[in-house]
Structures are given as structure tokens and as C-alpha cells.
Design a protein around this ligand. Structure first.
Ligand code: G3P
Ligand code: MG
Length: 322
């Protein structure tokens, strides 16, 4: 009876073919390579079916786990560098504010200090957001920790330090998911092991945050390295715009990445349609005006980076209640 049912299923597959999506689903569910895998310990005779088209290599899709258990929104509210419209970017003050404003995920940028520590700061140079001078990469952690990364924004935040990634991971665990953007300046062209990618992966493992982050970069080599180092960590590619003329699905498959991030201005209706067709979640940055937030939502994005998570929380609330 079972064999009969199985034969019918096989016939159906042979008639209708097996879709990439079906293959991907099967792989995601079973952890094996899609349809056609035989079960160990079963002795049923092989079923004669026309050879299916070779299944495309489908990336294993790790699932990003948010800490907010009530989170049911269709669009992810991502605090860009924290609530950086209200507090100095990439500081714990901005991160705390973003979570209080309802962001279930915070984006932050990482660079590497001279003595190899992963630190949370956007620019490769210290001048814009700290009291320091010169390159982050030319300073030790001790030197970086002596700088003020808050006073430039407002006297109220004077004395806010540059956080290390480790400090933020420890703070975020159980509280908020993180999008860790590896800045291109931090990526060594040839050094995969011992480079920023393996430092980030090591920290995520030690802090128990692998399932609660999205690691992204404009440098797709870095994204690929993270994927290779630990396939359980969700990764995203940041679009480099006109410098990368490849179709969306190729850009994503090359890493392979789980998500795609681009500027809202780059997300044309046709690109949004392709993302939908290929089932690629798209997050757009940096969207601060409610009208633009509504436009992004209408385009079907999965997440929105904003310096004002409070505004986005309101827009999302209104779009849910009609
Ligand atoms: O990760 C999205 C966005 O942060 C990329 O641009 O320059 O703000 O780091 P940037
Ligand atoms: Mg960033």
C-alpha cells in the first residue's frame, strides 16, 4: 500500500517535474538533498522514475530568530546604527533607545583595532564620530576606549565609549537581534582564517548569538567567508549598485546569501518583483520619512533600516490597524 502511494508520488514528480522551490523546501525540512533521498533501513524496491532534472544547489537557509516573542509584523523594524536619529550612532545608548522604541533588530558596523579587537564604529577614520584622530586600525583597543564617541552628537551623551562587538553581543543576548555589517576596510583580501570574518564568527559562537544575527557586508567575499565558516549564521549581501550588473538571483546565489540589502532608491518595482519571484527577502536602507517607509512597505520589503525606529513602529502599527 505504502509502495503504491510512493509509486504514484514518483509518477507525479516525473510528470510535473520538481521545482527549485520544492527542492529547497524539502531540503530545509529534511536536511537532505530534496526529493528522491532513500530512507536508511528501508528495503523497498527502487521506484522507476524518469531521472529528475538535477536539483539546483540551494543554500541552506538558516532562520533568523528574534527575541521579541510578540513579533508578528510582516516588516522588520531595524534600528540603523541604533536609534541614530536620537542618540550617537553605534553606541550602547543608541542601541538601548532603539529597543525601547520597538526595534526587534539593530544594525551596527564593525571595524578592527590594531591589536585585533572587533569594535563597533562605522567609519575607518575616527574624526567624524569620536574625539580621536587617524584610522581605527592604527589604534589599540585601550586607545579607542579612551575616546568619546557621544559628545559630537550632544553634550548629553558625552563620554559614551566605542563598544566592542563582544560587549554588544553580551548586552543584546535575550533582548534584541543584530545585523552586523562588516565594513569593507576591515576585510583582509586574502586572510580568511584569523581575519575579521572568523573573529566575528568566534564571538557569535562564544556569546550564543549565531541564530540571532544577520551578518552582512558590501564586500561579498566577506559574506562568503562567514557562510563557509559557519553555515548556521544568517548572512546578507549589501548591493553595490551599478558596480554589480549581475541579476539579483546571481548576486545572492554567489555568496550564497539568505537576504539582500539595498538603498530604497535602488529598489525599483522591477527589482522588487524579481526578489519576490526568487523569494529573496530584501531589507532597504536608510528610510527615515514615514512616506518613504510606506513606499518601502508597498514594495514588499522584509525589513527597513531606519535612524528613527519610533517613527517606523508607528507606521507599521498604522499599516496593521488599517
Ligand atoms: O547595512 C545597511 C547600511 O548600514 C549600509 O550603509 O554606510 O550606513 O553602513 P552604511
Ligand atoms: Mg551599516
Amino acid at each position: 500500500m505504502k509502495n503504491e502511494r510512493r509509486r504514484k508520488q514518483a509518477d507525479n514528480r516525473a510528470r510535473h517535474g520538481s521545482t527549485p522551490a520544492a527542492g529547497a523546501r524539502a531540503k530545509a525540512i529534511s536536511g537532505r538533498g530534496g526529493a528522491g533521498g532513500s530512507r536508511p533501513g528501508r528495503t523497498s524496491p527502487p521506484v522507476a522514475v524518469a531521472a529528475p532534472a538535477p536539483a539546483p544547489k540551494v543554500a541552506r537557509r538558516p532562520v533568523l530568530v528574534l527575541f521579541d516573542r510578540d513579533y508578528r509584523h510582516a516588516v522588520l523594524n531595524i534600528g540603523h546604527r541604533g536609534a541614530s536619529g536620537h542618540a550617537p550612532e553605534n553606541t550602547v545608548a543608541a542601541f538601548g533607545l532603539a529597543t525601547r522604541m520597538g526595534a526587534p533588530m539593530i544594525e551596527l558596523d564593525v571595524q578592527v583595532s590594531r591589536d585585533g579587537h572587533v569594535v563597533v564604529i562605522h567609519d575607518a577614520a575616527l574624526e567624524r564620530t569620536t574625539t580621536g584622530h587617524g584610522r581605527v586600525a592604527d589604534h589599540t583597543l585601550e586607545e579607542l576606549k579612551a575616546l568619546d564617541a557621544g559628545g559630537w552628537f550632544s553634550a548629553r551623551f558625552a563620554g559614551e565609549p566605542i563598544p566592542t562587538l563582544r560587549e554588544v553581543l553580551v548586552w543584546a543576548r535575550g533582548r534584541v537581534a543584530l545585523n552586523i555589517e562588516i565594513k569593507t576596510e576591515a576585510v583582509h583580501p586574502t586572510r580568511e582564517y584569523g581575519g575579521v570574518e572568523s573573529k566575528v564568527v568566534g564571538l557569535l559562537r562564544r556569546c550564543g548569538m549565531r541564530a540571532h544575527v544577520l551578518v552582512s557586508s558590501f564586500n561579498h567575499v566577506a559574506v562568503r567567508r562567514v557562510r563557509r565558516l559557519d553555515g548556521a549564521i544568517p548572512v546578507a549581501v549589501l548591493h553595490v549598485g551599478e558596480n554589480d550588473p549581475r541579476p539579483l538571483q546571481e548576486i545572492v546565489a554567489a555568496a550564497p546569501a539568505d537576504q539582500f540589502c539595498c538603498a530604497l532608491s535602488e529598489l525599483t518595482p522591477s527589482l522588487a518583483e524579481k526578489a519576490r519571484r526568487w523569494r529573496v527577502p530584501v531589507n532597504v536602507y536608510t528610510v527615515n520619512e514615514p512616506d518613504e517607509m510606506r513606499r518601502a512597505i508597498a514594495l514588499g520589503v522584509s525589513g527597513i533600516f531606519t535612524n528613527y525606529p519610533d517613527r517606523l513602529a508607528q507606521v507599521l502599527q498604522r499599516s496593521r490597524t488599517g
